[in-house]
Design a protein around this ligand. Sequence first.
Ligand code: AMP
Ligand code: ZN
Length: 475
Amino acid sequence: MPFTLFNTMGRKTEIFQPRQAGKAGFYGCGPTVYNYAHIGNLRAYVVHDILVRSLRRAGYEVNHVMNITDVGHLSGDNDEGDDKMVRSAGERGKSVLEIAALYTNAFFSDTDRLNILRPTVVCRATEHIADMIALIQRIADNGYTYSAGGNLYFDITKDSAYGELALLRLDDLKAGARTAVDEHKRNPHDFVLWFTKSKFENQALVWDSPWGRGYPGWHIECSAMSIKYLGEQFDIHAGGIDHIPIHHTNEIAQSEAATGKKPWVRYWLHNEFLVLDKEKMSKSAGGFLTLQKLVDKGYDPLDYRYFLLGGHYRSQLQFSWDSLEGAKNARKSLTDKIRALHEKSLSQQPTGVEEKTYLSNFNKALEDDLNTPRALAQLWGLVRDSSIEPQTALATVLDMDEALGLGLRSLLDRKKPPEDEAFTREIEGIIAERAAAKKAKDFAQADSLRQNLKERGILLEDGPGGTIWRRIAGA
Ligand code: AMP
Ligand code: ZN
C-alpha cells in the first residue's frame, strides 16, 4: 500500500511521492520560546513525531528540521500586538536570550518525556538572521516589496497565487479587508519582512540590514531556515491549523517570490487543535495546561501521548481529566498485558509460527494518513488474541511501538528505565554546577562536568542566553 497524506494544499489525500526516491525532507514549525509549551502545542509535536516515525518505518530517510522562534513573533500573527519574547522577558526580569534558553530547555524536556524524537536539525531564528536578510534581498530584487514607515513589507498583490493554501481569494481579501491596524500597509494582508523603526522602544535584539537596523518579521525565519537545510524545494511542511491562513500562507508567498516561483513545498500537513472546554487552548492567554501539571496530578507523560494517539490528527480533540484518566487506565492494562506476555514467553517453547495480519494492518493504518486510532486498535487486537504465541506477539508489539513511541520496550528492559523528571532535574543541576565552576574560573572542573555528561550521551551547547542540553544521536 502506498504512503498517503492529506494535503491541505488542494484538500485531498495524496500518495506521498518525495522529490528524491527514498528520502523525505520535512520542516515542522517549532515553538516560540517565551513560555512553557501547553499541551495543545505538544499535540502538534507528537503529530510531527508520528509522521517522522511512520515515514522511517516505511523506509524513508527523513531529514526533520525544526526552528526555535526566539525573535520577531508578535502576539497577533499578522504583525499586530506586542513582541512575545520581549514581553515575557520584561515580566520575568530576564533578558530575551535567557528566556529563550530557559523555555527551549523546558520544551525539549517535555518532548523527551513524551518520547518525541529530536529533529535532525534544530535551528534558532536569532542564529540565522544573515540567511533571512539574504532571502529578503532576493524577494526585494524580484519586485515583491515596498518600504513604508521604516518597515519593509511584502506586497501580496504582486503574487497572483497568494492565499491558495487557505482558499483565500484576493478580491475577497481586498473587499473584506479588516480595518488595517498598521496604517503603512497598502493591503491589510501585506506583512512585514523587516522592521526597522521598531514599534517597540524596548526591542532587545536588533541587527544591521540593507533596510536599516532592526529585526525580522516572524514568517521569514521559516522560509529562510527550511530553504537553508532542505533546499529551495522540499517535501513536507507541517504545523497546527491556525497557521494555514497567515503564517504558512505568507511563508509560501515569500519563498516562491524569492526563488522565482519554484513550487516550494509538496505536501502541507495541519493538525487540528486540542481544545479545552470547547475553547482553543492559547499560550498567550494564560491559564493553560502544561505537561508538568499533568505529571503533578499523577499522570505519566506517556498517558498523555497515548490519549493523543487515540484521536486522528485531523480531528479536533477535546481534553478532559476524565479522558486522560481513561487513557491512563488503558495504557496500564496494555502494559499489564505486555508484562504477562513477557512472563509467558519466558516459560513456553516458541513454535516459530509468525503473525502477519495485525502487523500489516497496523502498518497500513499509519501509511493511510497517519491513522493512529486504527493502528492502536491493531495493537490491542494483537495483545488480546490468545491464538498468537507470546514470543511472536511480544516481538510484534515491540515492533509496533517503534512507530507509536509508547515506551513499551522499557517495561521489559530493567536496565533502561524511562526518562523522568528526576533525570531532567539532575542534568539541569549539573549544568548549574558547571556554570558556577566557570564563574569561579575552575575550568578544569567545568570541563570535567561537561565530559561526564558527554559520556552519558548528553551534549551541552553554550549560547548567549545560557546552556542547552541535548541527547547525542544514537546514545
Ligand atoms: P507556537 O509555539 O505558539 O508557535 O505554537 C507551536 C505549535 O502548536 C504550532 O504548530 C501551533 O499551530 C500549534 N498549536 C497551538 N495551539 C494548539 C492547540 N490548542 N492544539 C494543537 N496545536 C496547537
Ligand atoms: Zn513556521
